[in-house]
Design a protein around this ligand. Structure first.
Ligand SMILES: C[S@@+](CC[C@H](N)C(=O)[O-])C[C@H]1O[C@@H](n2cnc3c(N)ncnc32)[C@H](O)[C@@H]1O
Length: 232
C-alpha cells in the first residue's frame, strides 16, 4: 500500500522533470563545450540557437558555410550542429575585420589589432575558440576574402550564413557568390536584418529582399535580426 502511495507521486514528478527538460532546458540551451560568453562576437544567443537548429535540420543535405567568423561565436553554434551530425563547416573570413572594426572605428578591439603590420587579425582568437570548443575536426577555416574563396567553389551547401562585410558591395558579393550553391531545401541565413533604416544598416536587408524577389527562396520567421530563408 505504501509502495502504491509513493508511485502515485513518482509518476507525475517524472513527467514534470521530462517536460521541464524538453521545454525549458532543451529549448533554451545547446551543448556547446565552451562558455559562449567568453567568445567575442556579435551574435545573440537566440540567434545562435536558431542557427544551430536550422543547421541540424538540413546538414544531411551537405556541408555548411559561413562568411564572417570573427572570433568564432557563430562558428561554435554551427560547428556544434556539424559535430553532432558528422558534417563540416567552412568558415570564410580574411580576419582583417570589417569596416567597423578598423582602427578608430566604433567596434575596434585593440586586442585584435596587430600593431606590427598595422592591421586587424582575429585569426588567432578564432583558432583558440575552435580548439577550446573541440571543433578542430569539424571546422575548416578559409582565411581569404569571400570573393576569392568563392572563385572556384563547386561544392553544394546545405546552409550558408552571411555575416561578413556590411557595405552594400560586400553584402552583394556574398549573396551572389554563395547563395547559388545552396541545395533545394537548404537554408540561407543573413545576420543584421533591420527593416527600419533607423535601427541599422540596410545592406543585409537588401540582399534578404533580393533573395525573396529572386523567387528561389521563401522567407521563414526572422529571429531577432537573423533572417532565415529556404531554398525552393
Ligand atoms: C560581424 S563580424 C562576424 C561576426 C561573427 N559571425 C560572430 O558570430 O561573432 C564580420 C567578419 O567578417 C569578416 N569580413 C568582412 N568582409 C569580409 C570579406 N569580404 N571576406 C571575408 N571576410 C570578411 C571580418 O573580418 C569580420 O571578422
Amino acid at each position: 500500500m505504501a509502495y502504491a502511495d509513493q508511485s502515485a507521486y513518482l509518476l507525475p514528478a517524472l513527467c514534470w522533470c521530462y517536460l521541464y527538460s524538453v521545454f525549458f532546458v532543451g529549448l533554451n540551451s545547446v551543448n556547446l563545450s565552451i562558455d559562449i560568453n567568453t567568445v567575442k562576437g556579435f551574435l545573440d544567443p537566440e540567434e545562435g540557437r536558431a542557427l544551430y537548429d536550422a543547421a541540424n535540420q538540413v546538414l544531411a543535405l551537405g556541408p555548411c558555410l559561413e562568411v564572417g567568423s570573427y572570433c568564432g561565436k557563430s562558428t561554435v553554434y554551427l560547428g556544434a550542429a556539424c559535430l553532432e551530425s558528422g558534417s563540416t563547416l567552412f568558415a570564410v573570413d580574411h580576419h582583417r575585420g570589417s569596416e567597423e572594426h578598423q582602427l578608430g572605428e566604433e567596434y575596434h578591439d585593440p586586442d585584435l589589432y596587430d600593431a606590427s603590420i598595422g592591421r586587424m587579425d582575429s585569426f588567432k582568437a578564432f583558432r583558440k575558440t575552435v580548439q577550446e570548443a573541440g571543433l578542430e575536426d569539424v571546422v575548416v577555416p578559409v582565411v581569404a576574402s569571400s570573393r576569392v574563396a568563392a572563385r572556384h567553389w563547386a561544392t553544394p551547401l546545405s546552409l550558408v550564413f552571411i555575416d561578413g562585410g556590411h557595405s552594400r558591395d560586400a553584402a552583394l558579393t556574398d549573396y551572389r557568390s554563395w547563395s547559388r550553391h545552396i541545395v533545394p531545401g537548404g537554408y540561407l541565413a543573413i545576420h543584421d536584418i533591420f527593416p527600419d533604416p533607423e535601427a541599422g544598416g540596410q545592406a543585409p536587408y537588401e540582399i534578404y529582399q533580393l533573395a525573396i524577389a529572386s523567387g528561389a527562396f521563401r522567407a521563414l520567421p526572422t529571429i531577432k535580426t537573423l533572417g532565415l530563408l529556404q531554398r525552393l
